[in-house]
Write a protein that binds this ligand. Structure first.
Ligand code: NAD
Ligand code: UD1
Length: 339
């Protein structure tokens, strides 16, 4: 298929480009580089030895979208472009609704004008909110606790209504759990612009000496070691879920949500121990109280994705930490490090 990838220069998008090309899909990226650098696509081209068409611009720009649709003629769109920082979303709610919700509407309108009928959407397990039961399945009530989560849920509803109104349309909604890790080449990976808010990039920066210690938020949760449990998923497994979702969208219509996780969870202390094994050194930690808005445990019931997409995660926790360490140690300044 010909696949337009919005936000394709980002962390998950770049890994997905490689998996799409490996399966013979033709790709085109639309990205405004709000949270990425064009160097990402140079590395993707070098790794794949393939062609990556690219347009620089905003997913809310209707004229640019029409140009991309007319020139590239996608059969499907994978929609990653968006803003993702939970804390920032509380301070800049309108920016988050504008990019994440209005951006999705603008994209669907352009798809309608071009007759493109398949979309894969990056949603998040954060749409579930405080657990009513665990693991979350896709029928778990949705009650996001952040503006970011609200924008993802709003976009999901728009996609569902769009697919409902167009009998030939397919919208595959992927609810990611906690993506971590990097490509085995160590040439692409996660490159946060600010102090990392997420656990794995923070540990990686401690390991290379950019930060002195990891602060562990909370040790009094109702979990085996008192620290938070999460369902961490290797970004390459996550990227492959998009290929499976495209195959699904090629033969099915309607909107459908899928959890994309491993179905297992690990504590903060498990992650620190696994990272120490990967890098062969200690990760200094300091204990602090709970982080506002955090919940004790999140774990996916990923059985629907296995049953209906034929997708399942294959990478282990050690694969996740070893690949993160390989990427971070080879690129201590992320994409600012010469390749
Ligand atoms: P990322 O920030 O690395 O990638 C997003 C990409 O979109 C970036 O390249 C950015 O430059 C681009 N972008 C942002 N606003 C844009 C706009 N208005 N027009 C065009 N391009 C724009 O983030 P990621 O981790 O790769 O996440 C990709 C998607 O997955 C996002 O929608 C995010 O909300 C979602 N998601 C991420 C996680 C996670 O933990 N990383 C978890 C759940 C869901
Ligand atoms: C966060 C977001 C969530 C988003 C997800 C993936 C919040 C409240 N939630 O979730 O909406 O979908 O990222 O991008 O921001 N931890 C530490 N020290 C740190 C960082 C994290 O102890 O410096 C702990 C956290 O308390 C948590 C675990 O590590 O128990 C994972 O944290 P993180 O990577 O931020 O992911 P989430 O909290 O799941």
């Amino acid at each position: 298929m010909r696949v337009l990838v919005t936000g394709g220069a980002g962390y998950i998008g770049s890994h997905t480009l490689l998996e799409l090309m490996a399966q013979g899909h033709a790709v085109c990226v639309l990205d405004n580089y709000a949270n990425a650098t064009p160097e990402v696509l140079n590395r993707v081209r070098a790794l794949s030895n393939g062609t990556v068409a690219d347009y620089t611009g905003d997913v809310r720009d209707a004229a640019l979208l029409d140009q991309v649709m007319t020139t590239f003629r996608p059969d499907a769109v994978v929609h990653f472009a968006g803003l993702k920082a939970v804390g920032e979303s509380a301070k800049k709610p309108l920016a988050y609704y504008d990019v994440n919700v209005c951006g999705t509407v603008a994209l669907l309108q352009a798809m309608d004008r071009a007759g493109c009928r398949r979309i894969i959407f990056s949603s998040s397990a954060t749409v579930y909110g405080e657990p009513v039961y665990m693991p979350y399945d896709e029928d778990h009530p949705t009650n996001p606790t952040s503006v970011y989560g609200q924008t993802k849920l709003a976009a999901e509803r728009i996609l569902t209504d769009w697919a409902g109104a167009n009998p030939d349309a397919a919208a595959v909604i992927l609810r990611y759990f906690n993506p971590v890790g990097a490509h085995h080449s160590a040439r692409i990976g996660e490159d946060p612009q600010d102090i990392p808010g997420n656990l794995m990039p923070f540990i990686a920066q401690v390991a290379v000496g950019k930060r002195d210690a990891l602060t562990i938020y909370g040790d009094d949760y109702d979990t085996p070691d008192g620290t938070g449990l999460r369902d961490y998923i290797h970004v390459v497994d996550l990227a492959r879920a998009h290929v499976a979702a495209l195959n699904h969208a090629a033969c099915n219509t309607g909107a459908r949500a899928f959890n994309i996780g491993t179905g297992q969870s690990h504590s903060v202390r498990d992650m620190v121990a696994a990272f120490s094994r990967a890098c062969g050194g200690d990760i200094p930690v300091r204990q602090a109280g709970r982080r506002t808005g955090d919940i004790a445990a999140m774990q996916a019931d990923a059985s629907r994705a296995k049953r209906e997409l034929g997708w399942t995660a294959t990478h282990s926790l050690d694969d996740m930490t070893a690949s993160t360490w390989a990427w971070q140690s080879a690129n201590p300044d992320g994409y600012g490090t010469p390749d």
